[in-house]
Design a protein around this ligand. Sequence first.
Ligand code: NDP
Ligand code: OXD
Length: 306
Amino acid sequence: MNITFCCAHTQADPWLAGFHMALPHAHVSEWQPGAPQADVAVVWQPSQQFIDEQPGLKAMFNIGAGVDALLRLRLPAAMKIVRLDDAGMAVQMAEYVCHAVIRHFREFDLYEADVAKHQWVQRKPLVRGEFPVGVLGLGVLGERVARALRQFDFPVHGWSRSPRSVEGVTCHAGQEGLPNFLSSCRVLVNLLPLTPETRDILNRETLSRLQPGGYVINVARGAHLVEEDLLALLGSGHLAGATLDVFRTEPLPADHPFWSHPKITITPHTSARTLREESIAQIAAKILAFERGEAVVGMVDPARGY
Ligand code: NDP
Ligand code: OXD
């Protein structure tokens, strides 16, 4: 089997060495323009040139959970796409979101500002029951995040396309379930895949439905959020703040208003990083299953967009 590796922003050598160890029978090499046809590919944000030069690929294994960048390309209809399924990302996402929710709920930013002024101020504890958290997307990452939030006794709601059941979480589904989901939440966490249906889903209309003093945590994709609408709702006071890990343009341009907005905390697309060892082990196992003609977990449905 010939495996070609074509991953943007990724140092290839350690990945190639890992795949050599995990799949000693395979020939693994980094793709260069004009390289011979491979059987399968390991990819992250490959170019259209790569796809056009490798029309015989049977499958592409994405080294991330989101496949929106791949599905924007013109792909041969028969080419299978397989995404990462957790591979160490779910626990990172749970850490990140719980940290952001707790930081907001426990007012740690205000305490830090007091400390900077050498002021000893004890604030009145806020009421946990008044901070229901909603998780958009109850997939591999969203479900883990919802369960983690329940560990801190926050009321938790979840929203998915098809009906789901997660212990302790009030689950809503489909377009018809969205208004009730939103009005049940004060803190909103986005863990949806980016698809034509979910693009711009965090907008003036949806965010206005959150309870007053709402807080937005976007850890999925920048194109889910209509940036001007967030700024307007922060300005009007309907929203109290936001923690954003992903942006419409990455890296975030130096003159973007989010950098210095007092109610916005940003991080550089780091909420759940691809972990090399875990990902190589998972993808190698998937390639072996694929070779044997067995079912592969994380197969993407291009019609659904995730
Ligand atoms: P999954 O495919 O496992 O889960 C997606 C969830 O979204 C499912 O519950 C699905 O519903 C739901 N969903 C999809 N479309 C709709 C819709 N139109 N309406 C309602 N619900 C919908 O994805 P993951 O949990 O693995 O990952 C989620 C996203 O997180 C990725 O696509 C990626 O963009 C982002 N991500 C960000 C990272 C970062 O560092 N910032 C790192 C990793 C991922 P159903 O259950 O019915 O299928
Ligand atoms: C992913 C990401 O989709 O890192 O895995 O954003």
